[in-house]
Ligand binder design. Structure first.
Ligand code: EPS
Length: 387
C-alpha cells in the first residue's frame, strides 16, 4: 500500500509555491474555499510583517481532482506569489545574476550554514527556501487532509497559549470553543491576548521579535492509530517530528509533556473506569491521547514552542560572508511575531500525520472501502470497551 506523502516546492519571492499530495483515496469531495480559509488564517496575526499586506493566498488545484472529487492520483496545489512582480529580475530562473548579494548572515536562520553547505555566494540562494513562506503550501496540504479526516469524524484545531512569556490562564479557556474564534492571535483568553499584543508592540518598537507556544488538539480520534511494534511506527514520534519540522520550532511536548519530570506516576497516568454500559472512560488525559505509540481514543494534545523570528530590525552581531568581517546581521522584511500563523501550520502538519495514520491502517484506494474498513474496526473495538 502506498503511504500518504507530500512535498512542497518554490521560493518565497519566486513566481509561485507548489505542493504535491499523493496517497489520498479516490472519491473524497474537496472544498476549495475551506483550503483558502486556512490559507487566510495563516496570513493573519497581530505582529505580522509587510509581506502579509501584499499576498492574498488562494489555492489552485492543477491535478488529482475532477468535478470536485479526488481521483486517487497526485493532487497538485499552487499558490502564486503576488510579490513576484517585484522580484522578476532578482529571482529570474535564467539570465545573469541581478541585485545586491545578501552577505550578512542572520543568527538563528539557515543563512551561514546554508551557503557553506551548498557552496553558494549569495545568502538569498538559501533564505528564499528556508523562509517561513514555505509553510503556505503545508497549510494547503493540511487543509485537504482535514477534509479527509472530517469524513471519519475527526477535527484538528489549535490555540495560542503563550507569546513572549504572556501565558493564558487555562481556567479561562473553554476548550470546547477552541477552533471557533476570530481572535487574530488565535487565543481564547482575552486578557492574556491583550498582554500578548502589548508585548508584541513593545518588541516591534525595540526592533526585536517574539516567539511563543501553541497547542494543537485532534478530536474524534479512534484508538489504535500508530503502533508500539517499531520505533518508526509510533504515532507520537511522527507527530512530534512533523511539528518540529516547522520553521522556528524548538520544542514539542505531548499531553503533560515536561511536567512528567515533576509529578509521580500516580499523578500522571490516566486511570481507567467503566461506565454503566461497560465502556472504558478516563477522567484525565495527561497522556495527550497517545500511549505506547498509539492513539488511545482520547483527544490528542500537542504543544510546540516557536523561537522568536531571527530577522530583527535591531540586527544582532554576525559575520559577512563576503568580506569575512564582523558585521550587524542583514535586515530582511519580516514579522515581529508569527506564533498565531505557526499554530495554523501546526494544525496542518498534525492533520497530515493523522491522515497518513488513517490510510496506513484502513487503506487508501477508494473512500467507500476506507470508510467501510473504518466502520468495521470501530464496531469491533467498541465491543471491546473502546472509550
Ligand atoms: C512569510 C513570508 C516572508 C517573511 C516571513 C513570513 O516574506 P518576505 O520575506 O517577503 O517578507 O515575511 O518569513 C520570515 C519571517 C522568516 O524568517 O522566514 C510568510 O509567508 O509567512
Amino acid at each position: 500500500m502506498s503511504e500518504l506523502r507530500f512535498m512542497t516546492a518554490g521560493e518565497s519571492h519566486g513566481p509561485a509555491l507548489t505542493a504535491i499530495l499523493e496517497g489520498l483515496p479516490a472519491g473524497l469531495s474537496i472544498d476549495i474555499e475551506a483550503i483558502n480559509c486556512d490559507l487566510a488564517r495563516r496570513q493573519q496575526g497581530y505582529g505580522r510583517g509587510g509581506r502579509m499586506k501584499i499576498e492574498r493566498d488562494k489555492v489552485e488545484i492543477l491535478s488529482g481532482v475532477r468535478f470536485g472529487q479526488t481521483l486517487g492520483g497526485p493532487i497538485t496545489l499552487r499558490v502564486v506569489n503576488r510579490d513576484w512582480e517585484n522580484w522578476t529580475d532578482r529571482m529570474a530562473v535564467m539570465g545573469e545574476p541581478m541585485g545586491e548579494k545578501v552577505t550578512a548572515a542572520r543568527p538563528g536562520h539557515a543563512d551561514l550554514t546554508g551557503i557553506k553547505k551548498y557552496a553558494r555566494e549569495d545568502i538569498r540562494d538559501i533564505l528564499e527556501r528556508s523562509s517561513a513562506r514555505e509553510t503556505t503550501m503545508r497549510v494547503a496540504v493540511g487543509a485537504v487532509c482535514k477534509q479527509f479526516l472530517h469524513a471519519f469524524g475527526m477535527e484538528v484545531v489549535s490555540h495560542v497559549t503563550n507569546i513572549g512569556g504572556a501565558s493564558i490562564d487555562a481556567a479561562k479557556v473553554d476548550r470546547r470553543m477552541i477552533g471557533h474564534t476570530d481572535s487574530e492571535l488565535n487565543c481564547y483568553d482575552k486578557e492574556a491576548e491583550e498582554e500578548m499584543k502589548s508585548r508584541i508592540r513593545a518588541a516591534k518598537e525595540a526592533g526585536d521579535t517574539l516567539g511563543g507556544i501553541f497547542e494543537v488538539i485532534v478530536r474524534g480520534t479512534p484508538l489504535g492509530l500508530g503502533s508500539h511494534i517499531q520505533w518508526d511506527r509510533r504515532l507520537d514520534a511522527k507527530l512530534a517530528a512533523a511539528l518540529m519540522s516547522i520553521q522556528a520550532i524548538k520544542g514539542v511536548e505531548i499531553g503533560a509533556g515536561f511536567a512528567c519530570a515533576d509529578l509521580p506516576g500516580s499523578r500522571i497516568h490516566d486511570e481507567m473506569f467503566l461506565d454503566e454500559t461497560g465502556l472504558v472512560y478516563r477522567k484525565t488525559n495527561r497522556a495527550g491521547g497517545l500511549e505506547g505509540g498509539m492513539s488511545n481514543g482520547e483527544d490528542i494534545v500537542l504543544r510546540a514552542v516557536m523561537k522568536p523570528i531571527p530577522t530583527l530590525m535591531t540586527p544582532l552581531h554576525s559575520v559577512d560572508v563576503g568580506s569575512g568581517k564582523e558585521v550587524l546581521a542583514c535586515k530582511e522584511r519580516s514579522d515581529t511575531c508569527a506564533v498565531s500563523a505557526a499554530s495554523v501550520v501546526g494544525e496542518a502538519m498534525t492533520a497530515f500525520v493523522m491522515a497518513q495514520a488513517l490510510c496506513e491502517k484502513f487503506g487508501n484506494d477508494a473512500m467507500v472501502d476506507v470508510l467501510s474498513a473504518f466502520g468495521n474496526y470501530r464496531e469491533r473495538v467498541r465491543g471491546m470497551g473502546e472509550t
